[in-house]
Design a protein around this ligand. Structure first.
Ligand SMILES: *[C@@H]1O[C@H](CO)[C@@H](O)[C@H](O)[C@H]1NC(C)=O
Ligand SMILES: *[C@@H]1O[C@H](CO)[C@@H](O)[C@H](O)[C@H]1NC(C)=O
Ligand SMILES: *[C@@H]1O[C@H](CO)[C@@H](O)[C@H](O)[C@H]1NC(C)=O
Ligand SMILES: *[C@@H]1O[C@H](CO)[C@@H](O)[C@H](O)[C@H]1NC(C)=O
Ligand SMILES: *[C@@H]1O[C@H](CO)[C@@H](O)[C@H](O)[C@H]1NC(C)=O
Ligand SMILES: *[C@@H]1O[C@H](CO)[C@@H](O)[C@H](O)[C@H]1NC(C)=O
Ligand SMILES: *[C@@H]1O[C@H](CO)[C@@H](O)[C@H](O)[C@H]1NC(C)=O
Length: 601
């Protein structure tokens, strides 16, 4: 879906370039001697906008100097050469660099750029305040793009006056309140994107007027009520994302009239009822995302008629057995399937899933039994989630030929194996094996052959023995969870090499020795749990250097001495330090003497 959004953006940009090109053609062919000169009114409006931007690290506005805003020197400004009126204002920063932004508010004076056809001010991150009411005067606007700023307040209902508007995107702001029903007047709208705001209330019934709509994204808001029946009338709709709202009721049958629909995402809502069998009529569908709703009944067999479907995600609903047997014969383009956490008792991974050339197979919590499946075409598999099942036995050949595997979850099974049976593929970035019956030593999987792609490893809740291995330089581990095993020995000082680490949990083991001073070099650490071990000595003051730490637990060790007296250590709950030998200082009672305070440092 991300890709599709990109495609739309690119199309928009191409559209507006084309538009500008055709605008500028008369300039080159024109016989007139006088060069275009910016209208005084428009220049004044632009300068008022500039004046309300208190900080511009994009450096765009520093080019807005001189009296002729149409001479091409004013970055982002385009004019009609015949009239000197500003027709396009495009200030866009799609990159993620947090240090590049504009800070300030949108000046209402922009509403007097009467001949503006394209306004795109996006990715500025820190433009706050409301969308000015005066924008309702911009009746020539064809595109209004105000994405990824920090705009606040309601969507002005006056935007419904912009009857030529074809593209409206206000996504990624902090807009609140209801979606104004006046937006339904925008009969030429092809793209509407209000995603990632705090909008509430229903999808207005006036939306039935959007006959030309091609793309509708209202995801990540708090919209409630029913899915409008009228959606089914917009024959040109190719993209619908209403995910992550509070929408309820059933899927309207009319929706299945949309023969051009490519993407349908309704995940993370409160939709109920069955998935209607008519869904097979969405002939163009490539991606169907219905996860995390309250759908019940069977998976309709008609899904097998969706010839272009490559992503099917029905996870986290209440769908029941049996799977329709037509699925094995259809959906030949499928690449990704997620049926996790329904009311399915599959027993074994269905052959048609096992033997396809898939990229993602997620069948968590599907009551699978027996030994781990083998995949006859393993080299395309990129993500496997078979957690929360009843798999027994070891890994034997499971890892053989999974050459593209990046993410693997097999947690909460009954897998019995020595860690030496595990082959971490070079490209693996995340492996979760928690709560099984794994034995053996960590050095079998964490050693100087461990790939620098590995970011997440969770082997907690097993029966792993031995020590914590030494860590070389160049590892990119972000999460290391070794909790609840039988790991003994000490924490190696080479842990300071894990400079990307965000989460370290070695709790509930038999670790002895001291807390290494080098832990303080893990500047990205947010979560540290050393509790319920046999650690001695003090808590080193070097830990004060970790500014992002949000959670730490030192409980039930044999630590002694003064707790580092600075945030956040002195404001963590006292329970985080309880059951040690003689820790003292805030949040515990003060140390008795300076001498004891220095103990163990
Ligand atoms: C703009 O922001 C930068 C970076 O935060 C800061 O160094 C600079 O002082 C700010 N300028 C103004 C005028 O506020
Ligand atoms: C729209 O423009 C007219 C005429 O310039 C002006 O009187 C009116 O206040 C403007 N509307 C808004 C909402 O700014
Ligand atoms: C749907 O798209 C087609 C082809 O782009 C176009 O000709 C037609 O006018 C559109 N329909 C509506 C209702 O806008
Ligand atoms: C299915 O959707 C859920 C979100 O509801 C997501 O967490 C999960 O990763 C998706 N599955 C796949 C295979 O993409
Ligand atoms: C779960 O599926 C079984 C049949 O496989 C069915 O009898 C039961 O009612 C379903 N439970 C729910 C909550 O849908
Ligand atoms: C892995 O691939 C090789 C070469 O294609 C093949 O000989 C071997 O049998 C495969 N192993 C498994 C367990 O599938
Ligand atoms: C890798 O580790 C092993 C055992 O700790 C050691 O013998 C070997 O020299 C190391 N190899 C490299 C290239 O560091």
């Amino acid at each position: 879906m991300q890709i599709l959004r990109w495609v739309f953006k690119v199309l928009l940009i191409i559209f507006s370039c084309f538009h500008m090109l055709s605008e500028s053609l008369p300039q080159t062919t024109s016989e007139t001697q006088t060069p275009p000169v910016c209208s005084d009114a428009d220049r004044a409006a632009l300068l008022s906008f500039k004046a309300r931007i208190s900080n511009d690290t994009t450096d765009i506005l520093s080019s807005w100097t001189g009296s002729d805003c149409c001479d091409g020197g004013w970055e982002g400004v385009e004019c009609n050469p015949a009239t000197g009126r500003v027709t396009s204002l495009q200030l866009q920063r799609p990159d993620r660099d947090a240090s590049i932004y504009m800070k300030g508010t949108l000046s209402p004076s922009l509403g007097s750029l009467r001949f503006l056809e394209v306004m795109a001010i996006s990715g500025m991150k820190h433009i706050r305040g409301p969308i000015p009411e005066s924008f309702s005067n911009l009746t020539h606007l064809i595109q209004l793009i105000l994405e990824d700023n920090s705009l606040e307040g309601n969507i002005p209902s006056g935007l419904g006056h912009l009857s030529l508007l074809q593209g409206l995107s206000l996504s990624g702001n902090r807009l609140r309140g209801q979606v104004p029903s006046s937006l339904g007047n925008l009969r030429n709208l092809q793209l509407l994107n209000l995603a990632r705001n705090f909008l509430s209330g229903p999808i207005p019934p006036t939306f039935k007027n959007f006959q030309a709509l091609q793309s509708l994204d209202l995801s990540f808001n708090m919209l409630s009520g029913l899915l409008p029946d009228s959606l089914g009338q917009f024959k040109n709709l190719t993209f619908i994302d209403l995910s992550n709202n509070l929408l309820s009721g059933q899927m309207p049958i009319s929706l299945f009239n949309l023969a051009n629909l490519l993407d349908l995402s309704l995940s993370n809502n409160q939709l109920t009822g069955q998935i209607p069998d008519q869904i097979g009529a969405l002939k163009s569908l490539t991606s169907l995302q219905l996860s995390a709703n309250r759908f019940t009944g069977h998976i309709p067999g008609s899904i097998s008629r969706l010839q272009s479907l490559w992503s099917l995600n029905l996870s986290r609903n209440g769908l029941s057995d049996p799977l329709p047997d037509t699925l094995g014969r259809g959906i030949h383009s499928l690449l990704s399937i997620d049926l996790s956490y329904n009311n399915l008792s599959l027993g074994t991974v269905p052959d048609w899933i096992r033997s396809r050339q898939l990229r993602a197979v997620h069948l968590a919590g599907c009551k699978l039994r027996g030994t781990l499946p083998s995949f006859p075409k393993p080299d395309s598999l990129n993500s496997i989630d078979l957690s929360d099942n009843y798999f027994t036995g070891g890994f034997s050949n499971f890892f053989a030929n999974l050459t593209s595997l990046e993410k693997l979850k097999l947690s909460n099974n009954q897998l019995k194996s020595d860690l030496s049976e595990i082959r971490l593929q070079e490209g693996l970035s995340s492996i979760d094996l928690h709560s099984n019956q794994l034995t053996g030593s960590l050095s079998r999987i964490l050693n100087n052959k461990t790939s620098n792609f590995l970011e997440v490893i969770d082997v907690s809740g097993n029966q792993i023995t031995g020590g914590i291995p030494e860590f070389g330089e160049g590892l990119n581990l972000k999460v290391l969870n070794l909790a609840s095993n039988r790991i003994a020995s000490h924490i190696p000082s080479s842990i300071s090499n894990l400079i990307e680490l965000e989460r370290l949990d070695v709790s509930r083991n038999q670790i002895t020795g001291t807390v290494p001073t080098g832990l303080g070099m893990l500047l990205k650490l947010q979560w540290l749990d050393l509790s319920i071990n046999g650690l001695t000595g003090g808590i080193p003051n070097s830990l004060l250097g970790i500014e992002d730490l949000r959670h730490a637990n030192f409980r039930a060790n044999r630590l002694c001495g003064e707790i580092p007296q600075g945030r956040p250590y002195n404001i963590f709950p006292a329970a985080a330090y309880a059951h040690n030998m003689c820790l003292c200082g805030k949040p515990l009672p003060p140390c008795r003497g300076k001498k004891q305070g220095k103990m163990g440092q």
